[in-house]
Design a protein around this ligand. Sequence first.
Ligand SMILES: NC(=O)c1ccc[n+]([C@@H]2O[C@H](COP(=O)([O-])OP(=O)(O)OC[C@H]3O[C@@H](n4cnc5c(N)ncnc54)[C@H](O)[C@@H]3O)[C@@H](O)[C@H]2O)c1
Length: 333
Amino acid sequence: MSDTDTPAILVIGGAGYIGSHTTLALAAAGYRTVVYDNFSTGHRDVCFGDALVEGDLHDRKKLAQTMRDHDIQAVVHFAALIEAGESVVDPLPFFENNVAGTLKLLGAMQDAGVGRLVFSSTAACYGNQSTGDLLDENLPRDPVNPYGHSKAMVEVVLETLAAAHGLNAIALRYFNASGADPEGRTGERHDPETHLIPLVIDAARGKRANIKIFGTDYDTDDGTCIRDYIHVNDLASGHVAAIDYLLKHNEVGFQAMNLGTGRGNSVREVIDAVRKMAGKDFPVVEEARREGDPAILVADAGRANEILGWQARYSNIDGIVRDAWNFAVKTDQ
Ligand SMILES: NC(=O)c1ccc[n+]([C@@H]2O[C@H](COP(=O)([O-])OP(=O)(O)OC[C@H]3O[C@@H](n4cnc5c(N)ncnc54)[C@H](O)[C@@H]3O)[C@@H](O)[C@H]2O)c1
């Protein structure tokens, strides 16, 4: 690394969906970036860091050495197993990777004297508390699946370390990450894919037989569930804002902040947006509700707006679907 005046950020899980977009955004904001990833679910062709280190979250020594080698000022931590349904069937790997792995990272940060962290948390921390009101960070953590528990547990650890050792940590609780880089450099490529928008796009492109709606009798205008879809570029700019904030303020402690838009779209609205983009119809199958799906999950994004000065700018459903569609077509997924 030549330019030592430019703060260097370690992006753990930078080969993944949200990490790759965030690496691009950090670079555009003038940061040096080092991507650290084990490629368990990430992709080598979307590592945009100034440097790449192949390594595992559990490797405390390698993490600390990487931080020292690159004079890391702050860490953004995306690496996790993310599939909530799978976490119910086989929880242990979720606690091993998401919790035990993060403890190694926190140890490495102590070893290397790095005291700033942005952590990928999730709306799953709220569980099923939604009453239709916007979800704000004053609600207690009440996850309903092992994935959500793994994230909530890390938040508790961060809160504890902030109080004990002065760690400065911001946990960003994402709502429904969606869309793709408008320039098509990266996008959503989970395998298996379980997120609604790529699945509807697959149905529209004939890559799957149909799209299923789980529950059409919810207490919402069209009977289907409402979620807060946030464009991945807005998530990326939220991380840049959190890093800017951590570098400017010394006593942040632990703070949890929602990244969402404060507006929701129903499943039928998402399907309509894809239908419009595709210019054709495709089979939609109505099924019974799935257990544990709340009717409405929408963020109160006031805290991130106020403290970080962050605003969602790309997050309207037509723009999200357009960018996701273009990426799917370009990569012919
Ligand atoms: N996608 C969403 O809608 C969403 C919503 C809320 C929260 N999140 C959180 O955001 C983060 C990123 O999600 P994503 O959708 O980009 O997932 P992703 O699977 O695309 O990216 C995760 C990245 O972390 C890497 N990784 C995983 N375990 C690792 C380990 N032990 N060591 C090193 N690297 C490892 C993977 O190879 C991958 O590159 C996750 O922590 C997830 O829980 C995602």
